[in-house]
Write a protein that binds this ligand. Structure first.
Ligand code: AMP
Length: 485
């Protein structure tokens, strides 16, 4: 997962501060690297490994002047990522174009071999964005127009849709204006907004609506699946529907990834999580078990834990204190490092556990590292019973669209019954949401008929191009990189 923002301000304006504020607002989408490319007479870049506030100092902001800029935060999907892979990428020639994306190109290796191999083009990075950029720029160049217009950009997007498979939301600028597009299935989010000022209108495209909120932009709308946006020199936003596949936004964004104060495809993430929590209360009642309190694993589970507790008539209590300065466990290179970091990250409050039957609630259980540790701590704190609740269903299949999860064999729920999972975690019981209830919850809060990409729960990949061989290759890559057992 990654996050992006692209801004097109009126001539003479500087957009760098809005870009940086926006990137900080979506830091949760990627903490591994950050970058900005701004345009004023020429493209100027600053990229680096680390958090936004670590990468950008005042001297960089002074240099990154201009009324157009693209920013990105990166979350590597496989391995640890290199600094050559930090986005945005740009080309000065044959067309000046900057690009950033969120997602994962599933035929990256194949394109490297065929499309690029045949043209004798060696890619400079291991980042799949590079293939999107070259395919796009190649199509623009072939049209050879002096100044880009919407037909040129549409030709580029069409070519990308034809050649590049997978999930990708893309945003960027050229020397003339701003463009954005969402892959044919619209798996990754992409939202468009604007800010009216006495100096003129600023336009922005971002991964999450919260970026627009913090930078003072109003939401115009989400891009539809397969849709493109172009704002050229006349500064009039123009949309075109290029792809024709059914819209299948990622449901895991609502479960875990997006900030609760974000709206994705018109749905409030906060509301969706509240609905998921309500359904978890029903699930728990069905088990006939009795508990004294619901305790969320911070942060994402807090919202759903509250409504689950309300539904059960129980208190919702903060039993774990999170040290936010400890790094993300999920992107640690191996299990040992992950487990050591979880211990440092979440510390318990004894009074919330001692002598009580507690339901510990998390958004998901992947490998079971976090949940196993939480259960162990709860018991050490004297809990009488420990039930573990996940407000998403069992994760069983790897995500090939950009969310780093695990390989098939790493998922704790793979080939295990709920009783076996509870035993593995050391819990008295484990209670999962069902796939139907999870979907229903997101739909209930949107009052729409959205259908989702649920590949990680059900193994059906909407793009239809995922083979067992690809899944096997990914597993091998991860084993070779030492990121799984
Ligand atoms: P695990 O400890 O492997 O079972 O992972 C589950 C924990 O990781 C939960 O606390 C989730 O909030 C979090 N999580 C789930 N999916 C992801 C992801 N793709 N990236 C980072 N963290 C995640």
């Amino acid at each position: 997962m990654c996050g992006f923002i692209s801004i097109f301000g009126p001539p003479g304006s500087d957009v760098i501060h809005d870009v940086i504020n926006g990137l900080v607002a979506i830091q949760h989408r990627g903490q591994d690297a950050a970058g900005v490319v701004a345009f004023k007479d020429k493209f100027q870049a600053k990229k680096g490994l680390g958090l936004v506030r670590e990468v950008f100092q005042d001297k960089h902001l002074q240099r990154l002047k201009g009324h157009m800029a693209v920013g990105h935060v990166r979350y590597p999907t496989v391995g640890l990522g290199e600094d050559t892979d930090v986005q945005p990428f740009w080309l000065d020639y044959p067309v000046g174009v900057v690009m950033a994306h969120n997602g994962n190109v599933t035929n990256f290796h194949e394109l490297k071999r065929t499309y690029f191999g045949e043209r004798k083009i060696t890619l400079g990075s291991n980042c799949d964005l590079e293939v999107v950029l070259y395919v796009f720029a190649d199509a623009l160049m072939r049209r050879k127009t002096a100044s880009l217009n919407i037909d040129d950009v549409e030709a580029g997007v069409k070519e990308v849709f034809e050649k590049v498979k997978g999930a990708y939301s893309v945003c960027g600028v050229t020397q003339e204006g701003l463009y954005a597009f969402r892959d044919p299935f619209g798996i990754k989010p992409c939202i468009f907004g604007k800010k009216e000022t006495p100096d003129g209108t600023f336009y922005a495209v971002a991964s999450e609506s919260v970026v627009l909120d913090v930078a003072g932009y109003e939401i115009v709308r989400d891009l539809a699946a397969g849709e493109m946006l172009w704002i050229g020199a006349d500064r009039v936003p123009q949309f075109r529907q290029v792809g024709k596949a059914p819209h299948r936004p990622c449901i895991f964004e609502y479960v875990y990834f997006a900030r609760p104060d974000t709206f994705l495809d018109g749905v409030s993430v906060h509301e969706a999580r509240m609905e998921m929590g309500r359904r978890m209360a029903t699930r728990f009642k069905e088990t006939g078990l009795k508990a004294d309190a619901v305790i969320p694993v911070p942060e994402s589970a807090r919202t759903a834990a509250q409504t689950m507790a309300e539904g059960l008539g129980l208190p919702c209590r903060e039993g774990f204190v999170k040290n936010r300065y400890v790094g993300r466990t999920f992107i640690m290179p191996n299990d040992k490092a992950r487990q050591a970091t979880i211990r440092a990250k979440l510390n318990p409050i004894r009074a919330e556990f001692e002598g009580k039957a507690v339901i510990i609630m998390d958004d998901s259980i992947v490998r079971g590292n976090t949940s196993r540790h939480m259960v162990k701590i709860a018991r050490a704190m004297g809990a009488a019973k420990v039930y573990f609740a996940s407000y998403s269903p069992p994760l069983l299949y790897p995500c090939l669209y950009g969310i780093d999860m695990a390989t098939k064999r790493e998922f704790i729920a793979r080939d295990r019954t709920d009783e076996e999972i509870a035993k593995e975690l050391g819990a008295d019981a484990v209670v999962y949401q069902t796939v139907e209830q999870m979907e229903e919850a997101v739909r209930a809060s949107s009052k729409t008929d959205l259908k989702f990409c649920k590949a990680c729960f059900e193994g059906t990949y909407p793009t239809g191009d995922i083979t067992e061989e690809m899944l096997g290759d990914i597993e091998q890559d991860r084993v070779a990189a030492g990121s799984c057992k």
